[in-house]
Design a protein around this ligand. Structure first.
Ligand SMILES: *Cc1c(COP(=O)(O)O)cnc(C)c1O
Length: 395
């Protein structure tokens, strides 16, 4: 099997697993217990916090553990909304191609009286700092723009957007679930006030994440109960997952330069190979994109059929995101960059892992070409396009 869906989730690394096991078997005390055995767990917890903080160039006090990227996104937005509301600021700026953890939280906030501006995304999958600057108003409480998109992999000008927000005195949050462990992140240099990451997108375990919030930002609770996480996130800490996430993040960053170079080379091999398919288009800017991400639309193809036939050939890929697959709606991300519905339906996302080989990349190229040909040959739409009864959308 070739696993090319690392944007959906990743395999837990051996290092991460090795860091987790002692927390199940030996250091299983409750970090809140006062006896030495509990304090051992507390030490592991604070050690993991300090190491994660170092990876982001943050202070340990600025790190709050959550159940994952979704919870971190929810808590960041709820925090900014509460802080804004106190000052009569009820306007939030975001983009049309955010993850649903952001978009659906914004929908909930709208029902509570917030006004939301979703910036248009250019056809290349990028938003600009200037768009953000132009959208900021007196009553803007928050700007939230994702660091890198989970479907088309485009990397936003985060430091510039952060600088605009700083200058205008507006809080800036970024969903950094995709780039964490895959691109350098520095919350200070990049002017980030709040940031979300998730363990399972960089070879850590599922169900664990981090909300970074700059010193001075008082987090709003989503979960009330015990005094864990400085009273801001109740519930006994998931120590095994936290230890695994810290180990995974450090490990990814230790090999960042070599994996980035290797993945960019393989990504571009894939892009070159798939570009040979007629009436196809690469989604998202070719350069400002995650080293692991390839996303194409093929005219007259149903994404679902493509995925099933690739599955028969042993390739795990996706069409849209894991959250929208299973529904028949086309991807909101592809619609946001201006792909028409019928084209957006024919999308394929391949997200490469560190261990993929060149032979596997070549196998994927051949398999996609073969499957696209096969599906088009059976397609009445393809026939009518070729007989000129319908216009091609893609060149
Ligand atoms: C996966 C993902 C999330 C959700 O993270 P979970 O830990 O699965 O809740 C949020 N945002 C982006 C961009 C993602 O890719």
């Amino acid at each position: 099997m070739i696993y090319a869906d690392n944007a959906a989730t990743t395999k837990v690394s051996k290092t991460a697993l090795a860091a987790m096991l002692p927390c199940f078997e030996q250091v299983y005390g409750n970090p809140s217990s006062l006896y030495a055995f509990g304090q051992e767990a507390k030490e592991l917890l604070e050690d993991a916090r300090a190491r994660i903080a170092r990876c982001l160039n943050a202070d340990p006090k600025e790190i709050t553990f959550t159940s994952g990227g979704s919870e971190a996104d929810n808590q960041a937005l709820r925090t900014a909304a509460a802080l804004g509301a106190k000052k009569g600021k009820k306007h939030i700026i975001s983009t049309a191609f955010e993850h649903h953890a952001i978009l659906h939280t914004l929908d909930a906030l709208k029902k509570e009286g917030f006004e939301v501006t979703l910036l248009d995304v250019h056809e290349n999958g990028l938003v600009t700092a200037q768009q953000v600057a132009e959208a900021i108003r007196e009553d803007t409480a928050l700007v939230t723009v994702m660091f890198a998109n989970n479907e088309i992999g485009t990397i936003q000008p985060i430091a510039e957007i952060g600088a605009v927000c700083r200058e205008k005195g507006v809080l800036f949050h970024t969903d950094a679930v995709q780039p964490a462990g895959h691109l350098p992140i520095d919350v200070r240099a990049q002017n980030i006030d709040m940031l979300s990451i998730s363990g399972h997108k960089f070879h850590g375990p599922k169900g664990i994440g981090v909300l970074y919030a700059k010193k001075g930002i008082r987090l709003e609770n989503l979960i009330y109960g015990g005094a864990q996480e400085r009273n801001k996130r109740a519930g006994t800490e998931n120590l095994p997952a936290i230890a695994g996430m810290a180990a995974a993040l450090e490990e990814s960053l230790a090999h960042l330069d070599e994996t980035t170079a290797k993945l960019i080379r393989q990504r571009d091999m894939l892009i070159k190979g798939l570009s040979e398919i007629s009436h196809s288009v690469l989604n998202g800017d070719a350069e400002h994109r995650l080293p692991s991400n390839v996303n194409f639309c093929f005219e007259a193809i149903e994404g679902e059929s493509l995925l099933l036939l690739l599955d028969d050939k042993g390739i795990c890929a996706s069409s849209g995101s894991a959250c929208t697959s299973g529904s028949l709606d086309p991807s909101h991300v592809l619609l946001a960059i201006g792909r028409p519905h019928e084209v957006a339906h024919g999308s394929l996302r391949l997200s490469l892992g560190e261990d993929i080989t060149d032979d596997e990349v070549r196998y994927i190229i051949d398999a996609v070409k073969e499957v696209v040909d096969y599906l088009r040959n059976m397609s009445p739409v393809w026939r009518s396009l070729n007989e000129g009864r319908q216009q091609f959308v893609l060149p």
